[in-house]
Ligand binder design. Structure first.
Ligand code: NAD
Length: 508
């Protein structure tokens, strides 16, 4: 290839001047490229130019760029009235409406306008890059260039190799991404590419937990924010991205994976979408919104600890010690008997097992038993799971006792795996399946997810942090109890957990 992404006079075409196209044009212009912008709606291109001018003006005010540089960047942007103006471009980035027919038509027209060595990239978020390329005369010059919204703030860009993409085409886009101030990662074409695949683990598992009646959406959000350290709960996030965007994308990923159970959409999400409960943009999603403010139901006040004796399961000595240490701090009356006293509250701490199974396996009274989630420690929020028959007075004792130091407690219904255990095991397992399929390198998987989704860790490092052996145990138990292939552990996870190796360990 004769074109260099770093060359001075690089001319970049952008098709589509909507939310993404204008962001892409902005960062390409500030990266020193000349931009040719086309949209079937000329007003859209004009609005885009005003938008970029405004954004660069703000950057100047904040001393992030000089007024001269902003002016020079604006002077490099040209609005086209027809696609024929793309003739002298070196690379064209398509960011038009997400529709295969529209994109195929655009690519076919571009091929009739530009020379054979011009690179064509698509910013599609859910269509196969290989499929878009397949109708082109030169599929080897077509690749995915997947930016995130809002482009100027989101540094990540996925460079996607379609099956027939020439390696130097993706190399070029990688270098161009860097020139545009992005952090590129190289991804092989796959449904949802990399980031959108992992993102399903968070929201869909949460939706399944909610559909099964395990926990209300507010409680799932509280647990994932406070205990697991995510910036936003999964339902807040769904409200922000809107169900009519997230649910169809999920369905598409599920279809493209030939109904892989890990990506199975939630029927309840579908009915909520049909009902128009889309999120912030319709002022009613999982939460209600007034003047852009989310209405969050208050947490129920906990009762006082009634002084009931507490017996802690010794099935796992480590968690038993962890819980006993907390109970001592809370001045609990501890039942040290080999077996629980007749009226003692029983605490079990299972991994991937429901409270019912844990109680029965240990020969404990399920009416007196609650389970406590220890996966993320017990310091910020505590989750108590009851069996279907746990006596309300015993649940109240547990709540009263465990909120004694001001740490909030969430009570959930019985489930094979607590909220954190199920969601994290799903995220880690999907990350492992991406590594297994060679869609991206282990390091890029974690880099892309932390940058693109803002999770506290990438899926593989998260697995290492929580213990790959524990994640494996959670998945094996959930799979055994539910029989749902959604929870079967990937070979990548199983082997590394058995070997005691980091989940970031590549194949030798
Ligand atoms: P948008 O609706 O804001 O903008 C799309 C623009 O394309 C519109 O201005 C429309 O007039 C124009 N358009 C439609 N047909 C065209 C054609 N034949 N030629 C030229 N322009 C045409 O959409 P968007 O959010 O900017 O999304 C654009 C692409 O980026 C889609 O493929 C989408 O999947 C992808 N994407 C979107 C996001 C996001 O969060 N919005 C994130 C990543 C990728």
């Amino acid at each position: 290839m004769t074109i260099e992404a770093t060359q001075d006079n690089l001319i970049v075409g952008v098709v589509g001047a909507g939310a993404m196209g204008r962001g892409i044009a902005q960062v390409a212009a500030t990266g020193g490229c000349t931009i040719k912008l086309f949209d079937t709606r000329i007003e859209s291109s004009k609005e885009a130019v005003d938008f970029i001018d405004n954004m660069l003006g703000r950057a100047v005010e904040k001393n992030r760029m000089t007024a001269d540089d902003a002016k020079a960047a604006m002077a490099r942007i040209e609005v086209l009235e027809t696609m024929s103006g793309f003739a002298d471009c070196h690379v064209i980035i398509e960011a038009a409406t997400e529709n295969l027919d529209i994109k195929r038509k655009i690519f076919s027209e571009l091929e009739s306008i530009v020379g054979d060595d011009v690179i064509l990239a698509s910013n599609t978020s859910s269509l196969s890059v290989t499929t878009i390329a397949s109708s082109c005369q030169h599929p080897e010059r077509v690749a995915g260039f997947h930016f995130f919204n809002p482009v100027p703030l989101m540094k990540l860009v996925e460079v996607i190799d379609g099956v027939r993409t020439a390696p130097d085409v993706a190399d070029f886009l990688f270098a161009l991404g860097a020139r545009m101030g992005r952090e590129p990662v190289r991804v092989a074409d796959a449904p949802g590419f990399l980031v959108n695949q992992v993102g399903r683990g968070y929201t869909i598992e949460a939706a399944h937990l909610n559909s099964e009646g395990v926990a209300d959406y507010v409680d799932v959000d509280r647990i994932m924010r406070d205990a697991a350290g995510f910036r936003m709960g999964p339902f807040e996030l769904l409200d922000l991205t809107a169900l009519d965007v997230t649910h169809p994308a999920t369905k598409m990923i599920y279809e493209q994976f030939y109904h892989e159970a890990r990506y199975r959409p939630s029927t309840k999400m579908n009915t909520r979408m049909e009902a128009g409960l889309l999120g912030r943009k319709t002022k009613q999603g999982y939460y209600a919104y007034q003047d852009g403010k989310q209405a969050v139901p208050e947490e129920e006040a906990a009762p006082e600890y009634d002084g009931r004796a507490v017996w802690v399961s010794q099935a796992n000595p480590e968690t038993c010690a962890q819980i006993t240490e907390l109970l001592n701090k809370l001045n609990a009356k501890i039942d040290n008997g080999e077996e629980p006293g007749e009226d003692s509250l029983i605490i079990v701490a299972p991994l991937g097992i429901d409270a019912t199974t844990a109680a029965l396996e240990e020969g404990l009274d399920p009416e007196h038993t609650v389970a406590l989630d220890t996966l993320f420690g017990l310091d910020v929020r505590r989750t108590v799971m009851k069996t279907p028959v746990t006596d309300a007075a015993f649940v109240a004792s547990a709540r009263g006792l465990l909120t004694g130091d001001g740490v909030p407690v969430t009570v959930i219904r019985d489930s094979a795996g607590f909220v954190t255990q199920r969601i994290l095991a799903m995220i880690v397992n999907i990350g492992c399946s991406i590594a297994q399929s060679g869609t991206a390198t282990p390091l890029d998987i974690d880099k892309a997810v932390t940058m693109g989704l803002g999770y506290p860790h990438g899926p593989l490092a998260f697995g290492d942090f929580l213990g790959a052996d524990r994640i494996l145990e959670i998945l094996i138990s959930i799979f055994e109890i539910t029989g749902d292939p959604r929870y079967r552990p990937t070979p990548w996870l199983r082997r590394r957990a058995l070997l005691g190796e980091s989940l970031l360990t590549p194949e030798s």
